[in-house]
Design a protein around this ligand. Structure first.
Ligand code: JSK
Length: 447
């Protein structure tokens, strides 16, 4: 039996996001976000699910925090619902919305858990979407105002902040592929949104330095890994460009102050260009304190004529997939971490999301989710190797504390280490919860 020992310095956490867990969609002054609109539009979300009630964490947050305490995590990563705290998108602050997060933060601190706040986890106030959303530069100003308000309200107690979660999803998946809210299908819209999200990130970092000088701020891009199917130039180029779309497109501007030229050229062939204004790249490339990395999956990539923008088809390594259909590829986790370290240097990395979808149900009061435990073991083994290879990883945050509203997949797809009965909101700790608790306590696990 092999034991994997994690360095003493590694911090542990669990993550959620506002629209996926809170519910109380129409309570205490909250207005609709683009995800309320999208999920209430027929055909957009599986089983016509929506976040109206979700996990009801708006009312049950104390129970959630008690589970976090039992788990023994150092950090809880959650997000703020912009339309709960500033219902008109800009202007007046909703004290009831502020009170919810203030109470949650206090409950965490009272239980010895450090809060980590994500400002934008995809739930743009619908009123701002109606005025052009992230395609409009005015949303950048609205975001900075919202961020400043949150820094002033909570920056005294909360020292770890994330500006934007998964900007690739919030831009291209949502505005080019049309899979997530607002569901547009235009490459130019995807590029515009991506650029404005990055400028908004940079502007928030600028004000953070003034308002929370002793805090840490970063963002959380999602990455995967595509390993060339063969060493041919065509397979390598297909993988390089496809990864560049998720990785370098969102990281070069932040860490190098430029967009990757190869992709700029490719977009130009499709008559699309980045709407860069004077000074944007200086704003985007403000120094940040950490890189948040969300990793779930990867594959082999093979050149295929005419297959999408990058002429690549994904060929899974083997048959192993989670219940959402994503191939399991922990070696890709190791490779992408080493690649990021090589490309961007010694910036500290938090794994802000990693986890697995398995739809196990409660049987006799227990949820036996051995597959999730195996997934976590494999990925933590890869993480430990990456740390040994010198990648400066500061923390590991599992997605997710709770089964929740998995966006276009609705409630059918479960990522939690705690099971939720979405009719009664009953919480049941899964076997993976106890495994994670023991791993945190021992700072090691057995394979
Ligand atoms: C999980 C990525 C943030 C947190 C978690 C979903 C995701 C995704 C989901 C790609 C994707 C769908 C769908 C297929 C193919 C193109 C969340 N992370 N999460 N991360 N990424 N087809 N086109 N037409 O819930 O909130 O692609 O699209």
């Amino acid at each position: 039996m092999t034991t994997i020992q994690l360095p003493e310095s590694l911090k542990w956490g669990a993550a959620t996001a506002s629209y996926q867990i809170e519910g109380a969609a129409q309570e205490d002054g909250r207005t609709p976000s683009i995800w309320d609109t999208f999920s209430h539009t027929p055909g957009k979300v599986k089983n016509a699910d929506n976040g109206d009630h979700a996990c009801n964490s708006y009312h049950l947050y104390k129970e959630d925090v008690s589970h976090l305490k039992e788990l023994g995590v150092d950090m809880y990563r959650f997000s703020i619902s912009w339309s709960r705290v500033i219902p008109a998108g800009t202007g007046e602050v909703n004290e009831k919305g502020i009170a919810y997060y203030r109470n949650l933060i206090q409950e965490l601190i009272d239980n010895g858990i450090e809060p980590m706040i994500t400002l934008y986890h995809w739930d743009l106030p619908q009123v701002l979407q109606d005025a052009g959303g992230w395609e409009s530069r005015e949303t950048i100003d609205a975001f900075q105002e919202y961020a400043n308000t949150m820094f002033k309200e909570f920056g005294g107690q909360v020292k770890k902040w994330i500006t934007i979660n998964e900007p690739w999803c919030a831009s291209f998946l949502s505005n080019y592929l049309g899979v997530h809210a607002p569901g547009k299908q235009s490459l130019q819209a995807g590029i515009d949104v991506a650029h404005h999200l990055l400028v908004a990130h940079g502007k928030a970092v600028q004000s953070f330095r003034e308002l929370v000088p002793d805090g840490e701020i970063g963002y959380a891009p999602n990455v995967s890994w595509l390993e060339p199917y063969s060493p041919t130039e065509k397979d390598q180029a297909a993988c390089r460009l496809s990864m560049m779309f998720q990785k370098e497109w969102f990281m070069d501007p932040v860490f190098k102050g430029s967009y990757p030229e190869e992709l700029v050229q490719l977009f130009a062939k499709h008559h699309a260009e980045v709407p860069i204004e004077e000074g944007d790249l200086e704003i985007i490339s403000q120094p940040i304190d950490f890189m948040g990395i969300n990793y779930y999956t990867g594959s082999l990539g093979r050149y295929k004529e005419g297959a999408g923008l990058f002429e690549v088809e994904e060929v899974p390594l083997d048959e192993r997939r989670t219940d959402i259909g994503w191939p399991i590829y922990s070696e890709g986790f190791y490779k992408v971490l080493c690649n990021l370290h090589e490309t961007y240097g010694d910036v500290p990395i938090y794994i802000t999301e990693n986890g697995a979808c398995y739809n196990h149900e409660v049987e006799d009061g227990r949820v036996n989710d051995q597959e999730r435990i195996e997934y976590l073991k494999q990925h933590l083994t890869a993480l430990e190797r990456a740390m040994k290879a010198g990648v400066p990883i500061t923390g590991y945050i599992v997605w997710s504390l709770l089964d929740n509203f998995e966006w276009a997949e609705g409630y059918e797809k479960r990522f939690g280490i705690i099971h939720i009965d979405f009719d009664t909101f009953e919480r049941t700790r899964k076997d993976s919860f106890y495994w994670y608790r023991d791993t945190i306590r021992e700072q090691q696990f057995s394979l």
